[in-house]
Design a binder for this molecule. Structure first.
Ligand code: 4AD
Ligand code: MG
Length: 437
């Protein structure tokens, strides 16, 4: 019999609506606690956690002995009566009548004691199962799904940019080089330049995929492989771009609030910690941010991007997400439009989430329209002009004002979940000193 043809199997997330019914579940036992003639088995499937009540009153002696002697992470099928119980993990219990072992598990390496991050990352393939990690991954999946839902509602098309690229989009020092049949290729840093070509066909596109950066520093917000969603829009200027980001970020957070209530509870994140619906994102100019930093004892030089401590200072003061807008041209990538009212400035913004877990989550801006200006910028950065001829063609043939941005999934999930480090927001993190498992 095909395993899925058994329609009597339920999933943990359905239990609250099945109070009093006899249901069957399949999943894993992640903890056991006995007290006299009753045992409490912490159980999880892919949708969440619940508590199994195992008692000699409700099941045969053999099955009771089997259930209370299970090794941690044994996979089982259970049958019993569903009961809503707010004090139980996951808020629901199953009074078990039958239990069958599907896959044995002995001496599971991750125990109840505290493990260090290196141990847990070495065992990431197992650590993923712990209820908190699974909750983070469900929230991540919601963020990604919400991003796509929102963008399609707004008339966007998903546009797959290449992963193997001949040129840099961002910092050339952060490229991962691969041998491409004797030529040098690089793993993509951003699909943006390709999406700019995409808008001339489809007007509103987004690419969504991994980005690779050879980051040599160890920080809490940098991975060498991370996921980025990059909307690019024709007929949007830099201000439209910021207004759109605000709605986009709010939509993703609202989706998580609606669909991941139990996961957020498990993360000890309260709705009011992340609810952005009543918050207006503030816009602060780069100039004002520099003034603020100087007034607070920082030796910030006008013309440079902010360092980690400067960023932390700016975030700490804020109670809403915010943009920093109009950076100096030399602090931005080559493709950003200059401010018509002050050509030292670029029509580019960074977007920050506020509070303890906040950081820059997006960079974006209006794209330069002049071929001459772009050529000048490409030369300034000592990039090979020939490599970008195709990109300049976008301006040569029917150029339109356009803007876009890239949002980092891991930093967004980190903020929603209230995590100190981005390494827990992705199934298998890649960092300076970590390539496995
Ligand atoms: O600021 P970045 O480098 O901007 C771009 O790549 C633009 N081409 C995007 C665009 O306009 N389409 O990257 C965008 C975002 C950052 O704000 C951050 O959230 C995330 O990607 N990010 C990283 N996340 C984790 N680890 C890293 N090393 C990251 N580098 C950037
Ligand atoms: Mg940036």
């Amino acid at each position: 019999m095909a395993l899925q043809s058994d329609k009597s199997i339920s999933r943990v997330s359905e239990l609250t609506t099945r109070e009093g019914e006899t249901v069957k579940l399949r999943g894993w036992v992640y903890a056991i606690r006995s007290s006299g003639k009753i045992a409490f088995l912490q159980f999880r499937d892919g949708t969440g956690i619940c508590q199994l009540i195992v008692s000699e009153n409700d099941m045969s002696g053999d099955e009771y002995n089997l259930a209370t002697g299970l090794g941690i992470e044994t996979s089982v099928q259970v049958e019993g009566t569903a009961k809503v119980e707010s004090r139980a993990p996951g808020g629901v219990e199953l009074i078990v009548k039958h239990l069958t072992v599907i896959g044995q598990s002995e001496d599971y390496p991750i125990g109840r004691k505290e493990h260090g991050p290196d141990f847990l990352l070495d065992k990431r393939h197992l650590w993923l199962r712990s209820p908190k990690q699974a909750a983070i991954l469900r929230i991540r999946s919601s963020v990604e799904h919400a991003a796509r839902l929102f963008l399609h509602d707004e008339g966007f098309f998903e546009f797959n940019s290449p992963i193997l690229t001949p040129t840099a989009c961002e910092e050339t020092t952060l490229l991962f080089e691969v041998d491409y049949f004797g030529l040098s290729a690089y793993l993509t840093q951003s699909g943006q330049l390709y999406s700019e070509a995409g808008i001339t066909a489809l007007e509103r596109v987004y690419c969504f995929g991994p980005s690779f950066r050879a980051e040599k520093s160890k920080t809490r917000k940098h991975l060498t492989e991370f996921w980025i969603v990059e909307p690019e829009m024709a007929w949007f200027d830099a201000e439209d771009n910021m207004e759109f980001q605000e709605r986009f970020i709010k939509a993703m957070v609202a989706y998580v609030l609606e669909h991941n209530e139990k996961d957020l509870t498990l993360m000890k994140r309260k709705p009011e910690d992340i609810d952005l619906s009543a918050k207006a994102f503030e816009i602060i100019t780069y100039d004002d941010a520099v003034k603020d930093l100087k007034a607070n004892g920082f030796k910030t030089e006008w013309g440079r991007d902010f360092g980690a401590e400067e960023e932390a200072h700016l975030i700490k003061k804020m109670e809403t997400p915010f943009f920093i807008y109009k950076y100096p041209v030399e602090a931005r990538a080559f493709y950003i439009e200059r401010d018509p009212s002050d050509d030292r400035l670029a029509l580019s913004s960074d977007t920050f989430l506020h509070g303890e877990y906040g950081s820059e989550i997006c960079t974006g801006g209006q794209r330069a329209s002049s071929v001459e200006f772009l050529e000048e910028q490409i030369r300034r950065l000592k990039l090979n002009l020939e490599d970008y001829e195709w990109y300049l063609d976008i301006r040569r043939y029917g150029s339109v004002p356009h803007s876009g941005f890239g949002l980092g999934i891991e930093r967004t999930v980190r903020w929603i979940c209230g995590l100190h480090h981005v390494r827990e927001t992705i199934p298998f993190p890649r960092m300076l000193k970590r390539l496995s498992p």
